[in-house]
Design a protein around this ligand. Structure first.
Ligand code: AN7
Length: 349
């Protein structure tokens, strides 16, 4: 039987202190799903897969990083872990803290976190505090708190987060037998793209499995890495990546450049259109998770990226159930309601 969880499966590949507690909720080992119809819709002639990270235990890729970061913090005696979050980190922090039996304190931007994420953080027993301001304000406050109080920071400034998250790159290479030609991935605080690059490089150094070009994708209203300066009031329907001052921005830009790729931005309408296209092939993701593919579609459309003959993996980072309102606001607005008689149903038959 395969050992459950990313720490057990990839322990020797991870640069984690000996004291790290091998926490697991059986995260990782997520499927790489072929998307032939979406590939056709984007012009065809290439292989397209999504790495469906929404199938992690709390519904997002954050579980990989929090298994490692909470495991490390608890191993050195932390009793409280703290993070700022647009939602998914909050839920994952809460779950792994619960697993370890320690307290989680999560700071979220008031009114700007999707309902499934808030409910998750609360369900796992975290103390949730809303901050008047954006994620960036919440993260600044967390940095200040850890400087003055004995609480362990588990945002992706914490290097162990990246150690855990790079396991997704290992899994992709393990599944394909080599690195893909391109990796399309949404970018918010920029920890994940940094972690993937770390993982692909580590495997390539050890096994010669090749390196992908990275296409990092931000939302147009929250695109500091594309604009080249922080965004004071980030705004996007993809609340997960509503971040104006990414903590790992410099590393993300360096990773994209080194890989021969780039970081681009896409408008909200294209993100939502891609969310619908994915769901139309059976994969429902939250809006932010569709950003990577929306960026890929835009690059192909303007002939900036030639996909023909290539193997392309798009990371879809969180489950659609995280943000039910993103769908209900539009598709759920005008549902027909009828009397339970056949005549009333005939218009739809
Ligand atoms: C679904 O949860 O920052 O570039 O606080 O939830 O590594 O930040 C979430 C980020 C992409 C961006 N997709 O990843 C948080 C948080 C989803 C996300 C990202 C996030 P990073």
């Amino acid at each position: 039987m395969r050992r459950p969880g990313i720490l057990a499966r990839y322990w020797e590949w991870l640069d984690l202190p000996e004291h790290t507690v091998p926490l697991s909720l059986s995260e990782g080992d997520t499927p790489l799903i072929p998307m032939p119809r979406l590939a056709e819709a984007l012009g065809g002639g290439f292989e397209l897969f999504v790495k469906y990270e929404g199938l992690n235990p709390t519904g997002s890729f954050k579980d990989r990083g929090l298994a490692a970061a909470v495991g490390e913090a608890v191993g050195r005696g932390a009793r409280t872990v703290i993070c700022a979050s647009t939602g998914n980190t909050a839920a994952a922090t809460a779950a792994y803290a619960a697993r370890a039996g320690v307290r989680a304190l999560v700071l979220v931007p008031e009114g700007k976190i999707a309902r499934g994420k808030l409910a998750g953080a609360l369900a796992y027993g975290a103390q949730v505090v809303q901050v008047r301001g954006s994620f960036d304000h919440a993260l600044a406050l967390v940095r200040e708190a850890v400087a003055h109080y004995p609480v362990a920071l588990v945002n992706s400034i914490n290097p162990y987060r990246l150690q855990g998250q790079q396991t997704a790159a290992f899994e992709i290479v393990d599944a394909l037998g080599r690195a893909p030609d391109w990796l399309a991935i949404p970018v918010g605080n920029a920890g994940n793209i940094t972690a993937y690059w770390m993982g692909f490089r580590a495997y390539h150094r050890a096994k010669g499995t090749g390196l992908p070009r990275l296409l990092g994708v931000q939302a147009a209203g929250a695109a500091p890495l594309v604009l080249g300066h922080p965004v004071e009031n980030p705004e996007t329907v993809a609340t997960a990546i509503r971040i104006g001052k990414p903590a790992r921005g410099a590393e993300a830009l360096a990773a994209a450049r080194e890989s021969g790729g780039r970081i681009i931005a896409v408008p909200d309408e294209e993100i939502l259109a891609m969310q619908r296209l994915l769901a139309a092939e059976g994969v429902w993701v939250e809006p932010a998770s569709a950003a990577g593919l929306a960026g890929l579609a835009a690059e192909i459309r303007r002939a900036a990226l030639d996909p023909r003959g290539k193997t392309i993996v798009a990371v879809v980072t969180g489950h659609g159930l995280k943000d039910p309102d993103a769908v209900l606001r539009t598709a759920g607005a005008d549902l027909p309601t009828i009397e339970p008689v056949l005549d009333a149903l005939t218009p739809w038959l």
